[in-house]
Design a protein around this ligand. Structure first.
Ligand SMILES: [Zn+2]
Length: 278
């Protein structure tokens, strides 16, 4: 059963990666994605694949984690025996309310606070999702693993996530399914289904670029590491679209990559995204 569930989760990640590519208006061939999707589908029992297809027409995310005994998407309480069966991994479980496939997450990332705390004036633009102390103008990282580790640590040090190690592991699992590198030297490593908090991202720069698994060995230079709470999934795709729209421009990329200090980088990013992320 565990393997069927893992295949379902992978299938969903690949389908969601297509959404991400669309949001990023990527011109990269979807061939690799389609092939991987077909591969996993072929391994799934036919009835499970059919059920997944039906669910996926209604919900972009059809395989979801339990959260404190509730379905994390529809939010309704799930009977204890379903929770226990999901935990034991005996049989595929579905939410009795919305029908989505349920799983018991082995690791959960948590955020201690929201960017917006309700006490200060409402922020606009990217100030809702990031801050000067989440900018890393000169990443020390030399590999994909190190980029993710360094940006997770930045988020942890800033008090925006609780456990950098868990977030790093979850982001690497996602990269293992398919790289989040897109065109123009951009990459969007991320972790979804984070509990609590709000959509938050850290940004790291590596001017000479590094191999993040981009198409045909192209190097990535600008890394947006995004932590996405369950209710913010749709918004995340809009943020992704806005960031790609901004950095399609080589002048915008140069302006950001030229930054030496976090404050300067934050100011530049704020200015550049004023129109694309209102
Ligand atoms: Zn549900």
């Amino acid at each position: 059963m565990k393997s069927v569930l893992n295949q379902l989760i992978q299938l969903q990640e690949l389908n969601f990666a297509k959404e991400e590519q669309r949001a990023a208006s990527s011109k990269m061939p979807l061939e690799q994605l389609e092939k991987a999707v077909a591969n996993i589908r072929a391994q799934l029992p036919a009835d499970v694949a059919d059920r997944y297809d039906r669910l996926q027409k209604r919900f972009p995310l059809a395989v979801v984690p339990l959260a404190h005994g509730n379905c994390s998407r529809c939010g309704l309480a799930v009977p204890a025996q379903v929770v226990n069966a999901a935990k034991a991994g005996e049989q595929l479980q579905n939410c009795p309310h919305c029908g989505r496939f349920l799983y018991f997450p082995d690791t959960v990332a948590r955020q201690p606070k929201k960017m917006y705390d309700g006490k200060h004036p409402v922020e606009v633009g990217i100030a809702r999702f990031s801050a000067a102390n989440l900018m890393v103008p000169k990443l020390a990282a030399a590999t994909r693993e190190e980029v993710i580790g360094e940006l997770a640590k930045t988020l942890t040090d800033g008090g925006f996530i609780e456990d950098g190690a868990t977030v790093t592991e979850l982001a690497l699992r996602r990269e293992a399914i398919i790289s989040t590198a897109v065109e123009h030297g951009l990459a969007f490593p991320h972790v979804r289904d984070v509990e609590g908090g709000g959509l938050t991202f850290a940004v790291g720069l590596k001017e000479k670029g590094l191999d993040f698994g981009g198409h045909e060995g192209r190097l990535s230079k600008i890394f947006f590491f995004i932590v996405i709470p369950t209710p913010a999934t749709a918004f995340y795709l809009r943020l992704l679209a806005g960031l790609v729209r901004t950095f399609e421009s080589s002048e915008a990329r140069k302006a950001l990559l030229d930054c030496e200090k976090p404050e300067q980088m934050w100011k530049t990013l704020t200015k550049l995204t004023r129109e694309t992320i209102p």
